[in-house]
Unconditional design. Sequence first.
Lengths: 311, 191
Amino acid sequence: MLERGASVRKPSAGLLVIGWLALGTGGWAQELPVAPTGELKPGTAAAPAPPAAPKPVITCKDKRLTARAKDSQLESLLEEIALACGVPVILGGEVGDERVSVEINDFPVDEALRQILSRYDAFYLYEAADEPRAGAEPASAAPKLRSVWVYARGQGSGLEPVPPEDWASTREFEKKLDDPDPEVRFRALGILIERLGNGARDAVLQALNDPDERVRAEVLQAAVEEGVELPADLLTNLFFNDPSAQVRFLALEGLRDDPKAREFAERALKDSDQHVQNLAREILAALDEATRPRPPASSGSPAQGPLTRPK
Amino acid sequence: MNRKGKAVCALLLVQLLAWGVFVPTADAGGLKRLSAQFRRFAGDVDITTAGPSTTPGAGGIQVYSKSFTIPAPKAGQQAVVFITMTGTAEQFAGTFVEFSCTVDSSFCNGGGNAAGTAGWVTLMTDLEGSVQVYGVQYTWCAKVSSGAHTATVRMASTNGTNGVFLHNAHFFIDRTELKTSTADDCELGAP
């Protein structure tokens, strides 16, 4: 079932794969098309559910749909269409219990679905068309419908597609920490840090030994930003020894409140990287500022000359 | 659901995992504040008579600097930083106080200035009086790569002779990621 921590996160609006879970309290009959071959026409609205509706007849060939159903539950009908045509249809929120009748004869599945779902908010994902073959008409390469998301009227507003990292399970990301691609590793750990905070500390400590400097830098940045507690001796070691300037920068930033911050900053003035030097100057200036006696409030400007402050 | 149906549904779910889902848009393009600092709040002021320069990082005096790091943006995204300065500025009659922002060795925006020097902004009107004190505020955007950077804000006097001043100033640095484009990720806008 689609629960927190499983493979699919349920967004706030509710999201269900057809056939896995039924939601919704609707009972209205949707007006649906009755179609002769090759076209769709409005049909008659179905009456409330009869005792035993005949099983829908659904076939799909070359992405053209033939469907005959009378007083079928919308969820069941869409499930049959999804299975026959290989197009996932996902119902969000309170959608699916409505009863519908439909007669479609050899019609493109995407156009048929648009008609069936005309009273709903829906997202249609089309996969980009292949490049047309040499000599073929450009129109011969049509985009393919890959999936449909369905919401009740008005519930689709304010939604947008998101990549897997925004909703996949924590366990899935933990599996990626050993991925051979450095970017996959640091992206996965970044998400774990965001989700688990200090709970990702062990994984962070391990990643700071990663042979790829991008992984060390990105992970250290995420850890510092999310407040993961890192031991001072680890930061000191990174500051003194890491070949990555970005890692040394972040380690020095993390040592800003260390009792030895001035010592570290003075050493960093000799770092080979300009930004590490700049950060060292900022830290020293802040330390100096913190210990500097405050001047009287009125002593800010010179007494005369072009720099005399307007009064 | 029969066995075949369950198998197909499982296949469809695998496909969904690869494609993502739809969720509310509230977090899209969110800002992350990297730094909030203030300067010259002890009755002291930044003062200069030095004129501006069209060379980034030169001219006038440096009134603020801050080093920061930017994580690697996701594919198709451009990291953009916003450097905001707000404070109290003063200028003598006959000159204008100008401000510039640089990230590393480049102006945040090196474009022209109808009232002053390219790469600099003029924030106060010359009322030809001896006392001109204004609250000033400006935000620059700049595209940045991942890694460490240093932002600086400089202040200069247009005529290079009369004094200009800044005090009671706050500086903020924010970052975000915007879709890489020729339009929205710190690019020229339309009228």
